[in-house]
Design a protein around this ligand. Structure first.
Ligand code: ZN
Length: 356
């Protein structure tokens, strides 16, 4: 028997009536596979839709709840991650951008107008710009600090909005849309993808990465089924995608896969998605209090500033479009081993889809 016929293991749970219908397909019931506490802000079930395969928080977080928890998480992370680690992450994202841009080049794509939702530091886009210097860049986020950082550091055009809101002035404006590690966070994923489909020109590309939902939800599933306890959710992963369900939904929104695969299998080998082991469980919830945490710690957060030239001063990045940079970036961020996401095996899903 091949390994892939053993993993992943299907998730079992009682079928329950949902508080809110599935955001993708509208189904009113689903399998209860976990219960999470998002800080002390909200307790939700994790319900997997039997129709489209998407697992989601039910009830879903509101935008206000998300903002509150995100601030608490941002502070927690800022106090944990050093300036040096931050800078290393910027370089990594820059290299990933270079690597991705060369993937596009090989495919004959030559994007002119790019939109990234949830751009983070913006260094992934800087990597793309190093290869396509003529590109114009717009970033959209709900968080003003992130947008200010992107404007100051890189000079990008910024739009402050919730991603679920449709902005008709952006329709058919972009030939490349990027959503890296953001789809798992949004409260209404169907609305977001519908908007992106509208913003994308015919023939344009949509690139995303998002965790393989089956492995991502596994920790909550184990805590729920082994211990019958609520688990702790500090970072707002509210959508857990099924590889087939996500592809099918994108298909209904006018997107056809160009590249679609999962990558990074260390976590799969360790048992995520198939093995019942105590160390794979999510922590039992302590209902960490978001407000007191924010009030106590916000003053400890140091304002970080980055000197872009210094951050990107590595010798191999002197000519970012050159062979050397391309090789180093491919070495660090190319994946030799990939699988069809329909297997739901692997840490992360990578997609490049074309708008019909
Ligand atoms: Zn569904």
């Amino acid at each position: 028997m091949s390994l892939l016929s053993k993993i992943p293991r299907p998730l079992h749970g009682d079928v329950v009536v949902r508080r809110e219908p599935c955001r993708i397909c509208g189904t009113g019931d689903g399998k209860r596979i976990g219960v999470v506490d998002y800080w002390d802000i909200r307790t939700s079930s994790v319900i997997q839709c039997g129709h489209c395969g998407l697992a989601q928080l039910d009830p879903m977080l509101t935008h206000e709840e998300t903002a509150k928890g995100c601030l608490a998480y941002y502070i927690e992370e800022s106090l944990r991650v050093t300036q040096h680690e931050h800078e290393r992450n910027l370089v990594r994202n820059y290299r990933r951008g270079i690597h991705f841009a060369h993937t596009l080049k090989r495919r004959g794509a030559n994007p002119k107008d790019v939109l990234e939702i949830g751009p983070g530091s913006g260094y992934f886009l800087e990597g793309i710009k190093a290869v396509f210097p003529e590109i114009t860049i717009t970033v959209m986020d709900v968080n003003k600090e992130i947008l200010d950082f992107n404007a100051q550091q890189h000079g990008y055009r910024t739009i402050q909005a919730t991603l679920e809101e449709h902005n008709a002035s952006l329709d058919a404006r972009f030939d490349l849309i990027i959503a890296r590690d953001i789809l798992e966070h949004v409260v209404d994923v169907a609305a977001v993808i519908k908007n992106l489909s509208a913003y994308c020109r015919k023939g344009g590309l949509f690139h995303f990465i998002t965790p393989n939902g089956h492995e991502d939800v596994w920790k909550h599933y184990l805590t729920f089924t082994d211990l019958h306890e609520n688990s702790e959710l500090l970072i707002n992963h509210v959508n857990y995608f099924d590889g087939k369900g996500l592809c099918d939904f994108l298909g209904t929104q006018g997107f056809t896969p160009v590249e679609y695969y999962t990558y990074r299998f260390k976590t799969s080998l360790k048992g995520k998605g198939w093995k019942r082991a105590a160390k794979l469980r999510a922590a039992v919830s302590k209902k960490l209090e978001a407000d007191p945490f924010v009030n106590d710690r916000i003053h400890d957060v140091q304002e970080m500033s980055f000197n872009k030239k210094k951050v990107l001063s590595a010798w191999y990045l002197r000519n970012p479009d050159g062979t050397l940079a391309r090789l180093v970036c491919a070495f660090h961020h190319g994946y030799l081993l990939t699988l069809d996401p329909f297997h739901n095996v692997g840490h992360e899903i990578h997609g490049i889809f074309q708008r019909n």
